[in-house]
Design a protein around this ligand. Structure first.
Ligand code: ADP
Ligand code: 5GP
Length: 210
């Protein structure tokens, strides 16, 4: 019997609003072999979100039980809510030879990297500039100032983790950013790590955080 090749794991993290969810969904939609790891969260669904598709929406008690049962590869508290990646679906996807996409934060990425036997390729997504990021958040949150402020306040802390990632990609034009990520993924699937211009990345980071 021919052994089926195990899938690979690709993580996308970013400061809130930079576009990782949009990119993750686009990759999965356009490439049949990719499945998105659907996280559990205690946060309330946004108007367009569907339980079991965007997240598994659970209450604090349910989340606590999942922690107790060691159901998560990783979990974290973000903006006063809990988020976690359950082991079952990820392992099933991988055993079916599927590639798995993760839209998780830096805390989750650190924890996943520490799990023995998992091999990850990690992307950190940046916005082109702060003004664009604010506008994206304004659009997504219908102008709710407190939610936008909360996310902007976390920006520098989140960006400070960029060095923990294999690749840093700027999401200005969506198509261009998507193509860039796909190119990297295809290269990684062939076992080739692409090099990036670290100086250029450092300049972008200091431009964004000054
Ligand atoms: P994140 O998951 O990183 O918090 P989202 O993917 O939810 O961010 O994107 C935030 C908002 O910005 C969404 O309304 C999304 O449609 C929009 N968006 C994402 N990428 C782009 C882009 N390249 N150009 C314009 N709008 C974008
Ligand atoms: P949002 O509430 O905007 O959907 O997500 C808030 C943050 O939680 C984002 O940074 C997102 O990547 C992160 N996130 C979503 N699911 C998980 C998860 O399972 N684990 C971790 N650690 N972070 C997650």
């Amino acid at each position: 019997m021919v052994e089926r090749k195990k899938g690979m794991m690709f993580v996308l993290s970013s400061p809130s609003g930079a576009g990782k969810t949009t990119l993750t969904k686009k990759i999965a939609k356009n490439n049949q072999n990719f499945s998105i790891s659907i996280s559990h969260t205690t946060r309330q669904p946004r108007p367009n979100e569907v339980n079991g598709k965007d997240y598994y929406f659970v209450n604090q008690d349910e989340f606590g039980l999942l922690i107790k049962d060691s159901s998560f590869f990783e979990y974290a508290k973000i903006f006063n809510n809990y988020y976690g990646t359950s082991k079952d679906s990820v392992l099933k996807f991988l055993s079916e030879g599927k590639d798995v996409l993760f839209d998780i934060d830096w805390q989750g990425t650190q924890q996943l990297k520490a799990v023995k036997g998992l091999s990850l390729v990690t992307f950190f997504i940046l916005p082109p500039n702060i003004k664009v990021l604010k506008n994206r958040l304004l659009n997504r949150h219908g102008g709710k100032k407190n939610l936008i402020e909360e996310r902007m306040n976390k920006f520098s802390e989140e960006v400070s983790h960029w060095k923990e990632y294999n690749y840093v990609v700027v999401n200005d034009d969506l198509e261009e950013c998507y193509k860039n990520i796909i190119e990297i993924i295809m290269s990684e699937k062939k076992g080739v790590r692409k090099t990036q211009d670290t100086e250029k990345i450092k300049n972008k980071i200091s431009e964004l955080t000054q």
